[in-house]
Design a protein around this ligand. Structure first.
Ligand code: EPU
Length: 428
């Protein structure tokens, strides 16, 4: 087991390249099994969630090969065997195997998904969609069993705007007979990316990126090549780091329109931002203004950037309030920030941050992926050295985090945990 060490106080200067989007990749890989021939996915991020999904595909008979950032998936020998817990529990997105296998084989048996612990994360809307398409869904001993004689298109209204449910229903519906309409669908760019892949495979999908998606089922999907969109959350994380510590930082390979809710807030805070076609220039101001932030579904402020933004606001002048309307318990990083000297308290689904209190290096624990990213930013801002455990969460979603930050002039490295530290983590 490892810990990340961050020596704070170094200004960031330089240029970094953003990888392909994790939350696209983890849906595109399951989607690829629906083809009858080989699918190549390029611009894949080198992260552990991608490796876990590739292994999951191999477990059911797919041939998977990698070349640089490209993964080639040959799904011809896949069989619809059950996917029990184990790997499935390692990531939330394993639930996309439900929609993909149901669409392809009309049956699936999959352990309940794991992923970041952000409070309750039900999948009732996914199940409502599968049932509307004609599947019988049962929960037996911690696994979800889906069976259908045939899938028939249906009109499905999502009670909650859900990225996962929108994608999962879309996966099953592309091979249903007739037309499916998903109303109150989510509009995230990653959903458009998955629809682009499915369309290249021969699916007929209209309206992605709006809240009504129309899918006309097809009987066959063929192989294709696809390149993943840039990761707006990875980009947002480095933009926030640059807003805190950046003398002059250029972030390359982004789609600025995906980041508008963030950049609008940062400009309100006084951060200097210039955008190009696929890059952004960021310079931290000498004085940051406090702001209030409320997370919303896309195109609102992303919940995945809420934790990093909270850290930045500890530097602002005055009091800020951050409300998470998507995950009201996504505040596990706050206790750790307090250890570093931040004046933050959680009040219901909001964090109230009294800014202007300098952070000091401390030993802290990343409880989930974005909490980990937030603590890395806190470490960059703090005086002294911050030790971050729970690195495995960060590795699920950030490619070459240390290398990218070192290139900007940060001082960050990994160390092995001592046996005493491992024992302490296991007992906590
Ligand atoms: N929800 C339900 N029922 C459902 C589905 C969702 O009540 O059947 C609720 C959730 O509990 C939550 C809200 O609806 O309160 C939105 O959840 P959504 O389904 O949109 O989330 P998700 O698909 O499980 C994806 C990302 C998350 C990101 C959220 C919100 C992936 C693999 N994960 O999760 O990303 O926070 O959308 O944008 O795409 C991350 O990258 O760190 C991460 C957690």
């Amino acid at each position: 087991m490892e810990k990340l060490m961050v020596e704070g106080g170094h200004p960031l200067r330089g240029r970094i390249h953003i990888s392909g989007a994790k939350n696209s990749a983890v849906a595109l890989i399951p989607a690829a099994i629906m083809a009858d021939s080989v699918v190549s996915i390029d611009n894949l991020p080198k992260i552990s969630d991608v490796e876990t999904l590739a292994s999951l595909l191999e477990d059911i008979g797919a041939s998977v090969s990698h070349s640089g950032t490209c993964m080639t998936i040959d799904p011809r020998n896949i069989i619809p065997m059950p996917l029990p817990n184990g790997r499935v529990k390692k990531l939330r997105a394993s639930y996309y195997m439900m929609g993909a296998m149901l669409g392809k084989f009309k049956k699936a048996a999959i352990g309940l998904p794991g992923g970041c612990n952000l409070g309750p994360r039900p999948i009732d809307q996914h199940i409502k969609g599968f049932e509307a398409l004609g599947a019988k869904v049962t929960n037996e001993h911690g696994s979800i069993f889906l069976r259908a004689d045939k899938l028939t298109g249906a009109r499905i209204y999502l009670d909650v705007v859900s990225v996962g449910a929108t994608i999962n229903i879309m996966l099953a519906a592309v091979k249903a007979e007739g037309r499916t309409i998903i109303e109150n669908a989510a509009k995230e760019p990653e959903i458009i990316d998955v629809a682009t892949l499915l369309t290249s495979m021969g699916a007929k999908i209209k309206g992605v990126g709006t809240n009504v998606i129309r899918i006309d089922g097809v009987s066959e999907l063929t192989g294709c090549s696809h390149s993943i969109i840039p990761d707006r959350i990875e980009a947002g994380t480095y933009i926030i780091a640059a807003a805190a510590m950046g003398e002059e930082v250029i972030i390359d390979n982004i789609i600025p329109a995906h980041l508008e809710a963030l950049t609008a807030k940062l400009r309100e805070m006084g951060v200097h931002i210039e955008t190009g076609d696929d890059q952004m220039y960021i310079k931290s101001p000498s004085r940051l203004n406090s702001v209030d932030i409320k997370t919303l579904v896309y195109p609102g402020f992303a919940t995945d950037l809420q934790q990093p933004a909270t850290v930045l606001l500890t530097k602002a002048n005055g009091t800020s309030m951050v409300t998470d309307t998507i995950y009201n318990a996504r505040f596990k990083h706050i206790d750790e920030l307090r250890r570093m000297g931040a004046d933050v308290k959680v009040d219901g689904r909001a964090a109230v941050i009294n800014g202007g209190t300098p952070l000091e290096g401390a030993s802290v624990k990343a409880s989930d992926l974005r909490a980990g990213a937030a603590l890395v930013i806190a470490g960059l801002m703090a005086k002294g050295v911050t030790e971050i455990t729970g690195v495995e969460h960060i590795d699920r979603g950030y490619e070459d985090l240390e290398e990218k930050l070192l290139a900007l002039g940060a001082n960050i490295w990994r160390e092995q945990l001592s046996t005493d530290e491992i024992a302490q983590i296991k007992s906590s």
